[in-house]
Design a protein around this ligand. Structure first.
Ligand SMILES: [Zn+2]
Length: 145
C-alpha cells in the first residue's frame, strides 16, 4: 500500500510521461506531414507553366490538397497517395488530441513510440501484431492442408 504522497508522486510521473509521449508523437506526425507536403510540392514543380500550376501551388501553401482532385490535368497517383496519407495524419493528430492515437486496437495498450516512428499508422502493438501474424500463418497453413 502506497502512502498518499507516494501515490500522488506516481500519478504525476505517469502524467508527465504521457505528456512527453504525446509531445513526441505530435512532433513525429507534424514532421511526417511537412515531409509529405515538401514531396508533394516537388511533384507539382514538375508541372511547368500554366494557370493550373499556380492554382495548385497556392493550394499547396495552405497544405490543402483537396483541389487537386478537381484539376483534370493532374492525376498523379503519387499526389493522391500523398493526399491520402495527409488525411491519415490529420486524423492521427485529431486522435492524439483525444488521447486515442497510438493505442493498440487489440489490447488497448500504448504502441511504443519506436514502433510508431516506423509505422505511424500502426493499429496494433508489437505483441498483438505478432500474435495476429502467427494466427494468420496458422490459418493459411490449415487452408493448405
Ligand atoms: Zn496489443
Amino acid at each position: 500500500m502506497l502512502e498518499n504522497g507516494e501515490q500522488k508522486e506516481l500519478g504525476q510521473k505517469q502524467e508527465k510521461e504521457s505528456y512527453i509521449r504525446a509531445e513526441n508523437l505530435k512532433k513525429l506526425l507534424i514532421n511526417l506531414r511537412e515531409k509529405l507536403i515538401r514531396e508533394a510540392k516537388e511533384e507539382i514543380k514538375k508541372f511547368k507553366g500554366g494557370e493550373k500550376k499556380q492554382i495548385v501551388e497556392s493550394v499547396m501553401d495552405d497544405a490543402d490538397l483537396s483541389v487537386i482532385d478537381l484539376s483534370e490535368d493532374i492525376s498523379l497517383k503519387q499526389l493522391s497517395a500523398h493526399r491520402e496519407t495527409l488525411i491519415k495524419i490529420d486524423e492521427a493528430l485529431r486522435k492524439l488530441e483525444e488521447g486515442t492515437y497510438g493505442l493498440c486496437e487489440e489490447c488497448g495498450e500504448e504502441i511504443s513510440v519506436e514502433r510508431l516512428k516506423i509505422i505511424p499508422f500502426a493499429t496494433h502493438c508489437i505483441e498483438c501484431q505478432e500474435k495476429k501474424e502467427l494466427l494468420e500463418k496458422i490459418q493459411q497453413s490449415e487452408e493448405l492442408l
